[in-house]
Design a protein around this ligand. Sequence first.
Ligand code: CP3
Length: 343
Amino acid sequence: MTEKPLMRVLRGEPVWPPPVWLMRQAGRYLPEYMALREASGGFLARCLTPDMATEITLQPVRRYATDAAILFSDILVLPWALGQDLRFAEGEGPVMTPIRDAAGLSRLDLSRAPAETAPVMETVRRVRAALPDTCTLLGFAGSPFTVACYMVEGSGSRDFAATRIVAYADPAFFGRLIDILVEATVTYLAAQIEAGADAVMLFDTWAGVLPPDQFFAHVVRPTARIVATLKGRFPGIKIIGFPRLAGTFAADYVAATGVDCIGLDTSVDAARVAATLPVHIAVQGNLDPMALIAGGEPLAQETIRIRDALRGRPHIFNLGHGILPQTPPAHVAELLTTLRQVS
Ligand code: CP3
């Protein structure tokens, strides 16, 4: 059997045209997701019910024949599994009771997470069994820093001020929280790999809010520990890191963490960043989600520009951040047609 195109790229091989999937490819822009959402008991229930999570994971693969399926879940399922409360309020996103001190940490229990996340592993097994054999199955987790942002803040935020302040003011607390998350993330991703994930991705949405020393302490070092431990346990496992808005640190991040692929956000010139990386390191990205909403000629031009600029490099075509709910599903089909039309 020939290897899956996306896995070839993760092993450092350029593939033409590049394999493609889109962050948040399952979700509210798809009518079939919205139909299922009506009937289900809330977002967390959708993540933790294998029937629904499997169906939602497969929806975009069926519709578009993307080169990867990404497990349908959320980065906040892990803190929930550790014992922090979590609800998704309509129109305001995640809401949790903030954890800002040692008393808050004492409410977290690493030992309960494997049982709480067992339904996620069942979803991975079911998706694995249903996927076409050219399609890569991606597992994922949030990176410790980004997950800590939500745990400390207790919600989304424009600037995650409470988190960034406590990281300076109480480094013992913040370091302990990051350590707990490193350990929990390794266990969680290892279980996904054992259940059938081909590769895993670490989402670090808020990595770019930190100054250099804090970036290395809270983003790079914890990520390096997760990568080293997983690669020790699963030789050959491929790992994608997505340190969003960490532009000037891309090469340092890759060198110091040991990831096989770096996700790039829309703020950088992907080819220019790629030129600073070892040739076997894959890049993933970085179409602007707004161009996908706009569609038409601007979408085609941007798709071709990014694809062609990275020709000859191991590249996984993707967005620079998740698909937004107002995206017309037909534009995703247009994007894939343009991307795959090569002479
Ligand atoms: O990419 C995928 O299709 C896989 C599933 C996935 C979701 N969230 C589903 C989701 C993944 C990989 C995530 C990651 C995630 N979740 C991140 C990192 C990437 C990023 O987008 O920055 C973050 C920061 C979260 C936390 C989160 N989850 C927020 C802030 C919100 C509310 C905002 C929003 O978009 O509604 C969510 C909810 C969420 N996660 C939805 C989906 C499909 C919407 C749920 C719904 O209302 O149906």
